[in-house]
Write a protein that binds this ligand. Structure first.
Ligand code: NAP
Length: 248
């Protein structure tokens, strides 16, 4: 029977992986999305949308849909679904591969400040600048809402969830972004400090180069730890290798 691979998605890597797997003869691919974005980018293979109902619900889905392999290719900051994937794989015995793109590392000239959460980033901001570019996504901006003296520019694919800081300009855009574009945005809005999650990857790294070239500090929110006992592979090629589908 055709192997059925379930990809927990919502990332560029998940989309690339689905495209790689559907061209393998006889492989059935389903990508699962949380449903946070109203018009998701098109995906190869089958797509299902919405939560499973925790680890138990995911385990049930794996059994009911005869899944032979599970790939967690969710965003590095999507900690709950990764923990659920680890538990569901363990109770069902379905083999699981965890894909985590490597985090960003500072280079010469970078002025990075680590934070362990959005609240930690908010705490660091007032001493770093008054005009802030927030690129931490549309959720969780309540952590900055009490910073009534600062001016924020936020960027996300869809409008951010309130409460927001009182002085907030919203920019709606989907990456990838270029260094020239990011430099222009930082200058046009007179940005003094940036806040980002350590998402890693190329699509949103241009802002870090722009910040370095303009000498702006960046507050980098560190990733949640992987669940105990879980080790991750760094890219799509390594997932294909683990699944036994390496090669063209
Ligand atoms: P999360 O906190 O780990 O997930 C919360 C709940 O959403 C999960 O318990 C699960 O509900 C559901 N869920 C999450 N990912 C799912 C998926 N791929 N398929 C089905 N259900 C899913 O995750 P999050 O931070 O809210 O992120 C949600 C999705 O957005 C993820 O798939 C992630 O790849 C993508 N994303 C997140 C970020 C970010 O910064 N967090 C950035 C870009 C993309 P149940 O318990 O009911 O199953």
């Amino acid at each position: 029977m055709s192997p059925h691979v379930l990809i927990l998605g919502g990332t560029t890597e998940a989309r690339r992986l689905a495209a790689e797997l559907v061209i393998r003869p006889g492989v059935r691919v389903t990508t699962s999305l949380a449903g946070r974005v109203s018009r998701p980018v098109a995906l190869a293979g089958e797509v299902r949308i919405g939560g499973f109902g925790g680890a138990a619900g995911l385990a049930e889905w794996l059994r009911a849909h005869h899944v032979d392999a599970l790939v967690d290719a969710t965003h590095p900051f999507a900690g709950s679904i990764t923990a659920n994937a680890a538990r569901a794989a363990s109770v069902t015995g379905v083999p699981a591969v965890f894909l985590r793109r490597p985090g960003w590392r500072p280079g010469p000239g970078d002025r990075w400040h680590d934070a362990d959460s959005l609240a930690g980033a908010a705490e660091a901001l007032p001493r770093l600048g008054r005009r802030v570019f927030l690129t931490t996504g549309r959720l969780g901006l309540a952590a900055f809402a009490h910073l009534t003296d600062l001016h924020f520019v936020t960027r996300s694919v869809e409008p951010p969830e309130p409460p927001l800081p009182p002085h907030t300009e919203v920019v709606l855009a989907r990456g990838p972004f270029t260094v020239a574009g990011e430099t222009e945005l930082l200058l046009a809005h007179r940005i003094e400090v940036l806040v980002t999650k350590d998402s890693g990857g190329e699509a949103t790294a241009a802002k870090l180069t722009a910040a370095r070239e303009l000498g702006r500090p960046v507050v980098v929110v560190r990733r949640p730890e992987l669940p105990d006992g879980v080790t991750a592979v760094p890219d799509v090629a390594a997932v294909l290798d683990r699944l036994g589908f390496a090669g063209p």
